[in-house]
Design a protein around this ligand. Structure first.
Ligand SMILES: [Zn+2]
Length: 181
């Protein structure tokens, strides 16, 4: 599958593990224009349909630095996001729409400060902890071509790959949980 670096067009289908678009660094966004807003709308649609709490552009095949999220009925998006500070530690059972049926217990910073551009084109920053901080870190990983596989312990990775070969990981199937041992 070739990756078209120039387009913001999408069929809205969620890309899953194995698709090369999930493994490249997404391009920074220079202009918040109509095309970008229409991309954000496509992203919200795909996220709600999945359903999921957050979605990064590469997950619908667009190699651009933007992600959207909605926790507690508060839909938001951020462009060219960067983590400028992080602190603490928090273990959370993380899932990913691009790795369906699998939850991975992971240790990451508890709090982050993220800066970027809002969907209105303004500079914004968010101080987040726990779930929202986790979501930010997960989605920013997507923009850097990083998947949960890259952050698993060797034991978790072995179990995950085995599950991929042998288990039914369709969304309707019983999910598997990979604990930190
Ligand atoms: Zn994900």
């Amino acid at each position: 599958m070739a990756i078209d670096e120039s387009t913001t067009d999408t069929d809205g289908q969620i890309r899953v593990f194995g698709d090369p678009v999930l493994e490249v660094v997404a391009a920074r966004i220079d202009n918040v224009d109509g095309k970008l807003i229409s991309l954000a709308e496509d992203m919200f649609r795909a996220m709600y349909e999945a359903p999921g709490l957050g979605l990064a552009a590469p997950q619908i095949g667009v190699q651009r630095q933007i992600f959207v999220w909605d926790i507690d009925d508060n839909p938001q998006g951020i462009i060219n996001p960067e983590i400028v500070e992080s602190s603490g530690e928090w273990v959370y059972d993380e899932g990913c729409l691009s790795i369906p049926g699998m939850y991975v217990e992971m240790l990451r910073p508890r709090r982050v400060l993220v800066r970027g551009i809002s969907l209105d084109g303004d500079e914004v920053q968010f101080e987040a902890d726990e779930l929202l901080a986790r979501l930010f870190q997960h989605e920013i990983d997507h923009l850097n071509g990083v998947l949960m596989f890259d952050r698993m312990t060797p034991d978790q990775r072995e179990a995950a790959l085995k599950a991929y070969e042998t288990r039914d990981l369709r969304p309707s199937a019983e999910p598997i949980h990979l604990r930190l041992s």
